[in-house]
Design a protein around this ligand. Structure first.
Ligand code: G3I
Length: 341
C-alpha cells in the first residue's frame, strides 16, 4: 500500500513534514520523507550556533541545501529557530572584552542575525519559528539572556525584524507545555498584547513532545488548540513525537546497560499503546482541522529521533516510520482515521 502521513494531514487541511541533518545523506529516509510529507523543517542546522557560530561568520551550507531540496521537490520550508536561549553561543551576549552587551547593542545583534538569515531566504522560506521557548511553566518569562538584557519586548522586536526582512514570511511563536493552563495563559496574554499592538505574528506552535506513559489530559491538549485559535492566528502542532520509554529508565545511571529496555524490539503491547495514543491525538487534530494549519512530526523514522540520544543512548520508537523506514501500525491507523473523517 501507500500509507502516507501527508495524506492523513492533507485530508484535514493540515500539513505534515520532517527533517534532520542526516536524512539528506540517507537516500531511503529522504525518499520516505519526500513521499509522505509536504513541509520540511530543519531540526538543528538553522539554530544560531550552527548557522552563525562566530561573530560575523555564517555557515549557510546545510540550510542552503535544505532549501534547494525543498524547492526541487515542491515542499515548503518552515525554519527553526531565529531566537532561542539554547544552542546560542555566549559571544552573542558579550562585547569583545567579554562584558555583557547593552540592550541596544543586543537588539542590533539580533536584528543583524534575523535580517541576514531571513533576507537570504526571502521568498524561499515559507515561515519561521521566530522565538522559541520564552516562557516558564508558570506562565512567567524565562530568565534568559534575551529577557534579562532586552526585557519583555525582545519577542516582539524579533517579530518586527523578521517582518522587515521578509514581509511575506509567516512568523510563529513556538513553545512546549502548552497543555499546562498556567503556561498557556501567560503566553496567550503576551501574544494578545502583541497582536493588539500590531506586531506581525502569524501563528503559534505547540511542540508536543509527549510520552505514551504520561500524556497530558486530552481536554488540555484540545484547549491548547482552541484557546490560541481565538487570537485569530494560525495554530500548529510543531514537534510531535511520542517517547515510549517508561520514566524509570531515566533514573538509571550512565553505565547501566539494562536501561536500554527495548533494544531488541518493541513489545506488542507498547506498539499498541503507541498506536492508541497517536490515534487519540489525531482525533483531536482532525476535529479541529479548520483551525489547525499544520502537524509536524519531529523526524521521519525512529532511527533519526533525538529521543535515542538524550540524555543518553537508548532505543526509542517515537515516530510513524520504523528503523527500516517502513510505516508503523500507528501510521496505518491514522490513515484509516483520516479516511473516516
Ligand atoms: O547524533 C549524536 C550521536 O551520534 C551521539 O552519540 C550523541 C551523544 O550525545 O549525540 C548525538 O547528537 C545529538 C543530537 O541531538 C541527536 O539528535 C546532539 O548532541 C544534540 O545537541 C542534539 O540535540 C538537539 C536539541 O534540540 C538541542 O539543539 C536535537 O537533535 C533536537 O531534536 C532538539 O530539538 C529541540 C527543538 O530545537 C526545540 N524543542 C525541543 C526539541 C527537542 O529537545
Amino acid at each position: 500500500g501507500d500509507p502516507v502521513a501527508a495524506h492523513t494531514v492533507e485530508r484535514s487541511g493540515a500539513r505534515g513534514y520532517f527533517v534532520e541533518k542526516r536524512i539528506i545523506t540517507d537516500p531511503k529516509g529522504l525518499a520516505v520523507g519526500l513521499k509522505h510529507f509536504n513541509v520540511i523543517t530543519p531540526e538543528n542546522v538553522m539554530k544560531w550556533e550552527e548557522i552563525h557560530p562566530e561573530p560575523g561568520v555564517y555557515d549557510f551550507e546545510a540550510a542552503d541545501r535544505l532549501v534547494e531540496l525543498a524547492q526541487a521537490h515542491g515542499k515548503k520550508v518552515v525554519a527553526h529557530t531565529l531566537v532561542w536561549h539554547a544552542q546560542t553561543p555566549d559571544w552573542v551576549f558579550e562585547d569583545e572584552e567579554g562584558n555583557e552587551l547593552s540592550r541596544e547593542a543586543l537588539l542590533e545583534r539580533m536584528r543583524d542575525h534575523i535580517h541576514t538569515i531571513v533576507g537570504r531566504y526571502k521568498g524561499k522560506i515559507f515561515g519561521y519559528d521566530v522565538v522559541n521557548e520564552a516562557f516558564n511553566r508558570d506562565g512567567s518569562f524565562r530568565e534568559s539572556k534575551w529577557f534579562n538584557i532586552i526585557g519583555e519586548d525582545f519577542i516582539q522586536k524579533a517579530f518586527e525584524f523578521a517582518h522587515e526582512a521578509d514581509p511575506n514570511a509567516q512568523l510563529y511563536y513556538n513553545d512546549y507545555h502548552m497543555e499546562d493552563p498556567e503556561k498557556r495563559q501567560g503566553i496567550h496574554e503576551y501574544l494578545e498584547e502583541m497582536i493588539e499592538a500590531g506586531v506581525p505574528i502569524s501563528g503559534v506552535g505547540s511542540q508536543s513532545h509527549f510520552s505514551i506513559n504520561n500524556l497530558p489530559p486530552l481536554d488540555q491538549i484540545e484547549k491548547s488548540i482552541t484557546e490560541f485559535a481565538d487570537l485569530g492566528i494560525d495554530v500548529m502542532i510543531t514537534e510531535l513525537d511520542l517517547n515510549v520509554l517508561p520514566a524509570s529508565v531515566y533514573q538509571y545511571d550512565e553505565d547501566d546497560k539494562e536501561r536500554d529496555i527495548y533494544r531488541e524490539g518493541l513489545p506488542d503491547s507498547v506498539q499498541q499503546k503507541l498506536t492508541d495514543v497517536y490515534t487519540d491525538l489525531f482525533e483531536i487534530y482532525l476535529k479541529h482541522s479548520d483551525i489547525l494549519t499544520r502537524v509536524t512530526l519531529w523526524g521521519v523514522s525512529d532511527d533519526g529521533s533525538w529521543l535515542n540520544y538524550l540524555p543518553f543512548e537508548q532505543t526509542n520508537y517515537p515516530l510513524l516510520f520504523d528503523r527500516n523506514k517502513e510505516p508503523k501500525p500507528a501510521l496505518h491507523a491514522l490513515i484509516r482515521l483520516a479516511d473516516r473523517n
